[in-house]
Design a protein around this ligand. Structure first.
Ligand SMILES: C[S@@+](CC[C@H](N)C(=O)[O-])C[C@H]1O[C@@H](n2cnc3c(N)ncnc32)[C@H](O)[C@@H]1O
Length: 196
């Protein structure tokens, strides 16, 4: 089996999160949206071998980088989907079948006229709610304060969730992307929301 086949899931038909890991049944399955170069993804997966992780990323070179990291660390609790998360959730995953989402540094779309392209808008939050199991959690980090404020407003307006801003969780590794933001003195905001 080549490395890509070991990790990549083709986007066809329904994906049953519990049954996509070859050698084990994970106790939970977490979807990471926009895994980028996979730095955080690989470290988190290696540190939690009993949890299954599904990385969804539109940018194919990032997936190649994640596969190299995963092979170096002999990670087997990771699958990867090269697609838009909207398509994945809308057409390929059953409702109440996901235990959690990780969304680290979603594209901030700084310019006002691009704000509407941000991922964490009310409709997408409602879609994640549908796909999460009750008690499922969403972990988010952003280094763009106006986006952080929008995230807080949008979750507060959705009665399916409890939660809000938290201290930086020690299990979330610092990525190169985050390091760049910190060197520009961007403040990082972390959130955790739980589906009621
Ligand atoms: C700013 S980067 C952050 C990457 C990584 N999470 C990190 O912390 O270094 C955002 C990533 O989200 C991906 N992305 C944006 N919209 C997406 C979508 N609709 N579905 C899947 N991935 C998406 C982008 O390609 C990009 O790699």
């Amino acid at each position: 089996m080549n490395h890509w086949n070991r990790y990549e899931i083709p986007l066809q038909g329904k994906i049953d999160p519990k049954n996509i890991f070859y050698s084990f049944t994970p106790k939970k399955v977490i979807f990471e949206i926009g895994s980028g170069m996979g730095e955080a993804t690989a470290k988190i997966a290696a540190a939690n071998p009993d949890i299954g992780y599904v990385a969804i990323e539109v940018h194919r070179p990032g997936i190649g980088a994640l596969i190299i990291r995963a092979e170096e660390l002999s990670i087997r609790n990771l699958r990867i989907i090269n697609a838009d998360i909207l398509d994945v959730l809308t057409d390929h995953v059953d409702d109440t079948s996901i235990d959690g989402f990780h969304i680290f540094f979603p594209d901030p779309w700084h310019k006002r006229k691009q704000n509407k392209r941000r991922l964490l808008q009310p409709d997408f939050i409602a879609l994640m709610s549908k796909k999460l199991k009750p008690g499922g959690e969403i972990s988010i980090a952003t280094d763009w304060l106006p986006y952080a404020q929008e995230i807080e407003r949008n979750f507060a307006a959705n009665p399916d969730f409890a939660g809000g801003v938290i201290n930086r969780p020690d299990w979330r590794p610092i990525t190169k992307f985050e390091g760049k933001g910190i060197s520009k003195e961007h403040v990082v905001t972390d959130f955790r929301y739980r589906k009621l």
